[in-house]
Write a protein that binds this ligand. Structure first.
Ligand SMILES: Nc1nc2c(ncn2[C@@H]2O[C@H](COP(=O)(O)OP(=O)(O)O)[C@@H](O)[C@H]2O)c(=O)[nH]1
Ligand SMILES: [Mg+2]
Length: 382
């Protein structure tokens, strides 16, 4: 079997020879080609050319003088230029042990999947090589956020942020990808439903050189997630905003009818909470209802969350004003935005979470669900 190992590199000169040696040794029984997609500003390209000349497997390099799409763009370009349809993507710093390559290929060869994800978070996988506690937190939080926004697509993937995976490129429309930032796998997974398997692996320490991950990449990730899921989030926001307007209107009408202030506020708040729930059910989370708990349970969770949020928001806002000495408008703005994000996460993670066992239901129900998900996703593409 033929496999192209795509390695995106940015200033990885001291890692190249070791990587080629270990990939060639780890390929075990498959015909591996190594394809470097290099955006380096140092002598990495020259080192690759030198190593290629003496390598036991074919080594090619695409050097990009004017790189687009960063790391993700490099991987997409590698997928397009690979000699074989089956491609393994791995980092050039040996954090993805080449010795695990044959395990991905072995899983793929069983013939029932298009994508094999090497996961740090499955079974006996480990994320040990993450540099420092802050990277561990960032990895965990971004994984949770991504899974919250794509509960259907990422149901079977414990590590959508990994850069180590095998993909049969016939299952993805490479031209359709809009690669940006560090997270190409997320992009691939979110674009269309794929048959996925996972293989646990131990994320190693960097062999040499320094990480290129940065705060900027973190921001890229947020933009990517927003752009991929814009449709759903924006609809959620629009319905929330309509609710706020309705809330004001009800208070206005009731107070004109002589209803006491507190009563008017409570009636308006509860009415809009209920109306919002019905609208979100109908328009935002319709694709997730099939696998979620019953409507009674969904309503109870949503209603409780919104009331609890209502109760804590005002005291928290005044606490912010007194401790941070910021204006009431800014404090209210911050709490409203935070509350909005939390509300969205809570609804996608908890209220509409798939029931246990739902995943095992018939392939037909799943196909319908995935089709709906596809539809919901499409208007979100920026
Ligand atoms: N082609 C290309 N490769 C990149 C770019 N940024 C990072 N890489 C490579 O992507 C891989 C992962 O990057 P790394 O800095 O190790 O990120 P970390 O493992 O998350 O700390 C490494 O092989 C880098 O050389 C880029 O802009 N272009
Ligand atoms: Mg790395």
């Amino acid at each position: 079997m033929q496999v192209t190992v795509i390695v995106p590199t940015f200033n990885e000169a001291p890692n190249v020879a070791e990587l080629v040696r270990r990939v060639a040794a780890g390929a075990r029984g498959c015909e591996a080609e190594i394809l470097f997609v290099d955006d380096s500003t140092d002598d990495t390209a020259a080192v690759i050319a030198e190593v290629a000349a003496a390598a036991p497997v074919p080594v090619r390099i695409i050097h990009r003088d004017a790189p687009v799409g960063g790391l993700s763009g490099a991987v997409a370009e590698g997928l397009a230029a690979a000699s074989s349809d089956v491609c393994v993507v791995m980092d050039g710093d040996l954090q993805h042990p080449p010795e695990d390559l044959h395990r991905l290929v072995h899983r793929y060869r069983q013939g029932d999947v298009d994508l094999v994800v090497a996961s740090r978070y499955a079974d006996d996988g480990e994320a040990g090589g993450l540099a420092g506690p802050s990277r561990v937190v960032v990895s965990r939080v971004s994984t949770t956020m991504a899974k919250a926004m794509f509960p259907v697509r990422l149901r079977e993937v414990s590590d959508p942020m990994t850069g180590f995976f095998l993909i049969d490129r016939r299952a993805v429309d490479v031209g359709d990808l809009k690669p940006r930032g560090f997270k190409i796998l997320l992009e691939i997974l979110a674009r269309r439903p794929l048959r996925v398997a996972e293989v646990p692996f131990v994320f190693a320490d960097r062999h040499a050189g320094e990480s290129k991950a940065s705060l900027r990449q973190g921001l890229h990730f947020l933009v990517q997630l927003g752009a991929l899921r814009f449709g759903k989030m924006s609809l959620f926001a629009v319905i929330g905003a309509l609710g706020a307007v309705a809330n004001l209107a009800i208070v206005w009408v009731l107070s004109h009818l002589g209803v006491a202030d507190l009563a008017a506020m409570i009636v308006a708040a509860e009415t809009t909470i209920i109306a919002n729930f019905l609208l979100q059910e109908r328009f935002v989370f319709q694709d997730m209802k099939v696998d979620a708990a019953g409507i009674g349970s969904r309503f109870a969770k949503s209603f409780t969350f919104n009331n609890a949020e209502l109760l804590v928001r005002i005291p928290i806002t005044s606490l912010m004003i007194s401790t941070w000495h910021i204006s009431v408008v800014i404090a209210t703005g911050i709490t409203l935005v935070v509350a909005f994000v939390l509300r969205f996460l809570f609804h996608s993670l908890v209220v509409y979470a798939p029931r246990r066992g739902a995943a095992r239901r018939g392939a037909r129900a799943r196909a319908v669900l995935e089709e709906i998900d596809e539809q919901v996703l499409s208007p979100g593409e920026l």
